[in-house]
Write a protein that binds this ligand. Sequence first.
Ligand SMILES: [Zn+2]
Length: 238
Amino acid sequence: MRLGNLLPFGQDIESGEFVDVGSVPNGDKCGCICPSCKTFLTARQGEKNEWHFAHKVNKSHNSTKVPCDFSFYVSVRMMIRQISETGLDLKIPLLNVPSQNYDETKKILLPVNLPVVSREHIHLQNVRVGEKFSGVLVDVVASVQCVPFVIFVSYKDRLVPIELFDPKESKAGVIEFDAKALREAFQKTKNGQYLEALKSFLMNEVEGKRWIYHPRYKEVEQKAFIQSEDAKKQKNLP
Ligand SMILES: [Zn+2]
């Protein structure tokens, strides 16, 4: 799917739920609006192109409305919020701090990594969406083993706010998810099954995810520094 005005998800007018283009009737009967600009959508379940929603053009008046450039991203962001609410399994990137050890037999310094995050799969519980954290609006606030865990969905013109890099609540984890990372996965998705594709991507891939803040990072960084300095001292001993 090309980015831009092509939409994987629409908002069902009756239920208010976000749905993928694979789970609605084709054409104008889809019953959905754009999650970003609220224009009526039409489902394009064609033979040739990837299935997508398109904005319905109102031919009866000349619309001068600005094009809905970020509808792809807004729809993805809203869908992530929706699927998080029932509890979400997430693959997260490992996080290490580089340090070094002294090898006494070879008389050299060897690089080592001190782990901050060594578990790749987490389960989000007690999920709230669209709440403020550290004074800024985030997409998902959950708890992982009783520690707050935050997801911020980013894209062009929606960058991670500075407040999340050093949050007021210091015992919390913050992850960025760059919605652009979904582009390839969605291109490979058949018959508009973007909801399953999104769930599977969040559960099995780390692409697009980045640690913004981890409560143990500074402590491990300090440990890595001391270990590295000790190793250098040992190497320089006569
Ligand atoms: Zn729109």
